[in-house]
Design a protein around this ligand. Structure first.
Ligand code: HEC
Length: 130
């Protein structure tokens, strides 16, 4: 328990300090990875490679869990993250069912959820202090 409390305290300190900038950097890295997986999914759809679609949809889904805790915790952000997860789940299901049309539709819906969150971030001016 003691170590847990310490870890929570250390995390709170980290978030309150200039080191919070590091969280932004890793958000950028996570986003670059998201982009890579999206591109691989499109490659999978274009070549009807269901294994490729499934593997990258699962990685994207896991990444969406990874960003959650340190990025701005607003209800909207959570909503967009959930949307992304829902579509990567649907993509995975479509790949398992070897349903190319369903995978293509989910891919488009997923892309719209990337864009929706980015639009929100820009309008709320919370994405970056740059
Ligand atoms: C829940 C919100 C959210 C979702 C969903 C989301 N992003 Fe992002 N994205 C962000 C934020 C916040 C940044 C800004 C990161 C920064 O500059 O600190 C960002 C930045 C980026 C960047 C630019 C990174 C850089 O090098 O500056 C790329 C590329 C990107 N996202 C791709 C994606 C893709 C592809 C998806 C969908 C598969 C996606 N994002 C979904 C929140 C989101």
């Amino acid at each position: 328990m003691r170590t847990n409390h310490f870890a929570a305290f250390a995390a709170a300190l980290l978030l309150a300090s200039p080191a919070a900038r590091a969280a932004d950097l890793s958000t950028q890295q996570v986003m670059q990875e998201k982009l890579g997986h999206s591109q691989e999914i499109l490659r999978g759809i274009a070549t009807e490679n269901y294994d490729l679609i499934l593997a990258n949809a699962q990685k994207l889904n896991r990444l969406s869990h990874a960003t959650g805790w340190f990025t701005r915790q607003t209800p909207e952000y959570e909503l967009f993250t959930n949307e992304l997860r829902r579509h990567t789940d649907a993509l995975g299901k479509a790949a398992k069912a070897k349903n190319l049309d369903a995978a293509t539709l989910s891919y488009m819906q997923m892309t719209m959820s990337c864009v929706a969150c980015h639009k929100y971030m820009r309008s709320a001016k919370v994405a970056s202090l740059k």
